[in-house]
Design a protein around this ligand. Structure first.
Ligand code: CCH
Length: 292
């Protein structure tokens, strides 16, 4: 008879729900960190792990979790994401069978859902790569640029204008840190709750250039406490982007539906479909739903 330890079973949806739950609890144990949640930085980790995808060469994306390796871990765009990676290391120790790509993307899903966002369909199947799989610098967007740059970057991943605008709405969450990106401040008054406030504020507030020695960014004229990146502001200036941004400002349900679809797509970029364990993505439950 085989000893218990030798029996290796394929993890089930219930096993991944357990990992989700562990992540959800850790996101909340942030104490004085930022606005009291690790949720936003973990969403950013999932996005930067996935957003390196290049559809022409099929390289990049979340499959190999290459941000673990230098030089990708040191790319300026990834400044500060060691916070998220180190948090996830604790989860990895508890569930050594999960791949880093699955862990980081699942953490992004848990963070969105626990911060009152939409359900994000997700399934496991990413495998760990090696250092030679790292992606070149420059695949993630540069906040100082304009509409052409945003399109170049996101079209390379296979997204259209509507999906681009929906994805950037994640800036309802979190904040910029001058010691990470050079930019400073939050986009909304509720940076740990997923809302369509990013778009609402873009249109409702008057935005003026911040007078400071840091990189060019906008601030709301009324309070001076909120910020927009040049690339965020472009969503109100470019005709095609503006159409979608306005629609999301007016309709939170539409934003939730479109964000969910685009974010789920982002998290699967570059993962060969035969690697997926389940033929359809799963919907995992929030901690709150499991209480009921
Ligand atoms: Fe972003 N983002 N992002 N972003 N981002 C920053 C922070 C967050 C750009 C630039 C920046 C997406 C798209 C873009 C988050 C999610 C997403 C920062 C500040 C910059 C700069 C980093 C710092 O200083 O800590 C640009 C440019 C684009 C596209 O044009 C997309 C897409 C997503 C997810 C779907 C989240 C969340 C944060 C907050 C992180 C935190 O630590 O609070």
């Amino acid at each position: 008879q085989a000893s218990k330890a030798a029996v290796k079973l394929t993890p089930t949806k219930e096993d991944y729900q357990k990992v989700y739950n562990t992540i959800a609890h850790i996101l909340d144990e942030a104490g004085e960190y930022d606005d009291g949640s690790f949720g936003p930085v973990v969403v950013r980790l999932a996005w930067h792990a996935s957003g390196t995808y290049d559809k022409t060469t099929g390289t990049g994306g979340s499959n190999y979790a290459t941000m673990r390796f230098e030089p990708e871990s040191l790319h300026a765009a990834n400044n500060g994401l060691h916070v998220g990676r180190e948090l996830m290391e604790k989860v990895k120790q508890q569930y050594p069978w999960i791949s880093y790509g699955d862990l980081w993307t699942l953490a992004g899903v848990a963070a969105i859902q626990e911060m009152a966002g939409p359900k994000i369909p997700w399934r496991p199947g990413r495998i760990d790569g090696v250092a030679s799989n790292v992606t070149p610098d420059g695949r993630l967007p540069d906040a100082t640029q304009g509409a052409q740059h945003i399109r170049d970057i996101f079209y390379r991943m296979g997204f259209n204008d509507q999906e681009i605008v929906a994805l950037i709405g994640a800036h309802a969450l979190g904040r910029c840190h001058s010691d990470r990106s050079g930019f400073e401040g939050p986009w909304t008054f509720s940076p740990t709750t997923f809302t369509n406030d990013f778009y609402k504020l873009l249109f409702e507030e008057k935005w003026v250039w911040k007078k400071w020695s840091g990189p060019k960014q906008l601030q709301d004229k009324k309070t001076g406490t909120l910020m927009m990146l040049p690339t965020d502001y472009v969503l109100t200036q470019d005709k095609s982007f503006k159409k979608y941004a306005k629609a999301y400002a007016d309709d939170q349900d539409l934003f939730f539906k479109d964000f969910s679809a685009a974010f789920a797509k982002l998290l699967e970029l570059g993962v060969p479909s035969q690697q997926f364990v389940a033929s359809e993505p799963w919907i995992l439950q929030t901690l709150e739903e499991q209480k009921a």
